[in-house]
Design a binder for this molecule. Structure first.
Ligand SMILES: Nc1ncnc2c1ncn2[C@@H]1O[C@H](COP(=O)(O)OP(=O)(O)OP(=O)(O)O)[C@@H](O)[C@H]1O
Ligand SMILES: [Mg+2]
Length: 377
């Protein structure tokens, strides 16, 4: 998503070979990354992979054991958090319950030395309330607000300091699904309006995919892959990324032919599958273990014998489950020799042909362009 205020050449945040150790735990392991000014950037990964620690290193709440963190082109190692042009919204955003909304938002300004004039604080609080669409809520107590409104107060409390970069640690985790979706849209709009860099931490892949310009996928302190949501979805460099981002079918096998980017594997059932290796993936050689990865929406489900294209991969099986999802129908097909295959069939095809029932004998098929051959690491 293009951002009108971003300058694509300017790097706002940079890690150069950053490692953070807590005694024998390596929370961040030799990470190098660049975040462009004005980008919406996400750290995505399972619990304990080092997401919060990465944010804390940017905010200055932790210092790297090795390597350098740069903000706006300057090394900030040793610079305390309150002198950095960043603000963090915490995983548990604790608002002050004894203060009203306006006092919560103005708190950071009142702590400044020198403290801004009262009128100036009131003006900035009003501007910030407007920014998060809470004009008129200044005198409310925080317990009189909904979860989403409290979340916006937490955002306002960070935004009032005019940071160049806002760090958001799982800011929507406490909200129910519907409210979370609404807040995701609001956060995106807000980011475009204020034009500052947002760095979001989440373990929710849908959230990362729908909101970010760039995503960095982490595992055990390391970056496994970074790229745009589309790059990560279409060209995952290994099974971990393909599995983490969206739904994928995997069929394991041994590499039997690896010439250039086109690779063939032979599955346990003896069937040969061909596909391309994603750009940037580690090379695969004959004899290696690998898998073919096919997204469910790239697979066609038909009656046996009705597959259209002779060059397609075709596997026969039996429908074991069908879930109607509105725009799509999701089928689970128990195949002969290749395990269960998930198929996402669009409504347009469902209504043109007949749909299938559990127990039906069917073929699932895909073209060579739908298949990626990827390794485990
Ligand atoms: N202050 C600390 N002392 C010791 N170990 C720590 C400390 N902070 C983090 N760790 C460890 O570092 C690793 C990364 O923690 P971190 O909080 O960055 O994970 P996370 O990706 O944010 O996880 P979650 O999704 O659960 O919030 C974990 O193994 C954690 O136990
Ligand atoms: Mg965390």
């Amino acid at each position: 998503m293009a951002n009108s205020t971003s300058n694509s050449n300017e790097i706002d945040i940079e890690f150069r070979s950053v490692t953070k150790r807590f005694e024998d735990v390596v929370a961040v392991d030799n990470v190098s990354l660049k975040v462009e000014r004005g980008a919406f950037f996400s750290f995505l990964g399972p619990s304990g992979c080092g997401k919060t620690t990465s944010l804390r290193l940017i905010a200055g709440f932790d210092q790297p054991s090795e390597g350098d963190v740069y903000i706006g082109g300057k090394s900030v190692v040793g610079i305390p958090s309150h002198k950095r042009p960043v603000n963090m919204v915490f995983q548990q955003y604790a608002l002050f319950p004894h203060m009203d909304v306006a006092d919560n938002i103005g708190y950071g300004l009142r702590q400044r030395d020198p403290k801004p004039a009262r009128q100036e604080i009131l003006k900035r609080v009003d501007q910030t309330l407007e920014m998060v669409r809470l004009s008129g809520y200044g005198k409310r107590r925080v317990w009189e607000l909904s979860g989403g409104q409290q979340q916006r107060v937490a955002l306002a409390r960070a935004l009032i300091n005019h940071p160049t970069c806002l760090l958001l640690d799982e800011p929507l985790a406490a909200l129910d699904r519907k409210l979370r979706r609404e807040m995701q849209i609001e956060l995106q709009t807000l980011q475009r309006e204020v034009g500052i860099t947002f760095i979001l931490v989440t373990h929710d892949q849908e959230e990362a995919l729908s909101m970010s310009d760039r995503i960095c996928i982490m595992r055990e302190g390391q970056i496994i892959q970074s790229g745009s949501p589309r790059e990560l979805y279409d060209e995952p460099i290994n099974r971990y990324v393909a599995d983490f981002v969206g739904k994928t079918n995997f069929i394991d096998g041994d590499v039997v032919d690896a010439i250039g980017p086109l690779v063939s594997i032979k599955s346990e059932s003896g069937q040969v599958f061909s596909g391309s290796q994603p750009p940037g993936a580690p090379p695969i050689a004959n004899g290696n273990k690998a898998c073919v990865a096919v997204r469910p929406e790239m697979i066609t489900i038909t009656n046996i014998g009705e597959t259209s294209n002779a060059t397609n991969i075709t596997i026969n099986g039996q429908v074991v489950n069908r879930i109607f999802l509105g725009e799509h129908t999701e089928y689970l097909v128990a195949t002969e020799g290749c395990g269960e295959v998930m198929v996402l069939s669009p409504k347009s095809i469902e209504s043109a042909n007949r749909s299938f029932e559990p127990g039906d004998h069917v073929s699932v098929s895909w073209g060579p362009e739908a298949a990626l051959i990827i390794g485990d690491t």
